[in-house]
Design a protein around this ligand. Structure first.
Ligand code: MMA
Ligand code: CA
Length: 239
């Protein structure tokens, strides 16, 4: 096995003389200097190249990892958005009646079991009391939203079935600065509102209930965290 030893300093003694160093270079044996690829403390070219290659690889892997991680996160977000917008609601039972005359090419108009039909919608009264937000979430979990009232007939239809001693959240709230908004994004039409006399009366009351006062049903603005019953609404299903 060949091994390499590098001498940092070599002194030559003259054989013929008992002591002393060579007097001239001609008499000194030719010592081939070991080819130094590097100075001490300086990495060899091979080592540097390997390190560079390794660094390049590491950076490439890191870049690829970041790239795919971002792609994956984006994909997850999209999937979440899709599952939110395409939420599957299963109604175990539908009550259908033949529309006469049919409003579309579909013949049957249906409401989920225990929901009350009126015009093109179905209504469900939630007797558990909750905040406005929780009530809306409850409706949403059933594929519905808090009731939106656009006519006196619609209000009369539902209030006939309600308890006059209770108040029920409807899908109307103040988006700020008395800007009333319906949960289904339909426009708030001032001329089709049914506020009780003197209502709405407090800026901090940003949610709305329908309740019975002095022999009539009407709207009252209330604080949104108060626990109230509620009415949900969903479009009829046409088959
Ligand atoms: C309560 C509360 C209000 C409502 C008034 C009407 C005292 O506050 O329900 O929202 O406007 O009653 O008197
Ligand atoms: Ca009020």
């Amino acid at each position: 096995m060949a091994s390499e030893i590098t001498y940092a300093e070599v002194k030559f003694k003259n054989e013929s003389k008992s002591s002393g160093t060579y007097l001239d270079s001609a008499t000194a044996p030719k010592v081939k200097p070991t080819p130094h690829l590097s100075k001490p403390g300086c990495p060899s070219l091979l080592f540097t190249s390997l390190m560079a290659l390794f660094l390049l690889l590491a950076i490439s892997f890191l870049a690829a990892f970041i790239f795919y991680f971002q792609k994956y996160s984006q994909l997850l977000e999209e999937k979440k958005a899709v599952s939110l917008t395409h939420k599957v609601i299963t109604y175990k039972e539908l009550n259908c009646k033949k529309d006469n005359p049919p409003t579309s090419d579909k013949v049957w108009s249906c409401c989920p079991k225990d929901w009350k039909p009126f015009s093109s919608h179905c209504y469900f009264t939630v007797s558990d009391s909750a905040s406005w937000r929780e009530s809306e979430e409850k409706c949403s979990s059933m594929g519905a939203h808090l009731m939106v009232i656009h006519s006196q007939e619609e209000q009369d239809f539902i209030t006939k079935t309600l308890d006059p001693k209770a108040a029920y959240y409807i899908g109307l709230s103040d988006a700020g600065h008395r800007q009333w908004r319906w949960v289904d994004q339909t426009p708030y039409n001032e001329s089709a509102t049914f506020w009780h006399q003197g209502e709405p009366n407090f800026d901090h009351e940003q949610c709305v209930t329908v309740n019975h006062r002095k022999s009539d049903w009407g709207w009252n603005d209330v604080t949104c965290n108060g626990k109230q019953k509620s009415v949900c609404q969903v479009k009829k299903i046409y088959l």
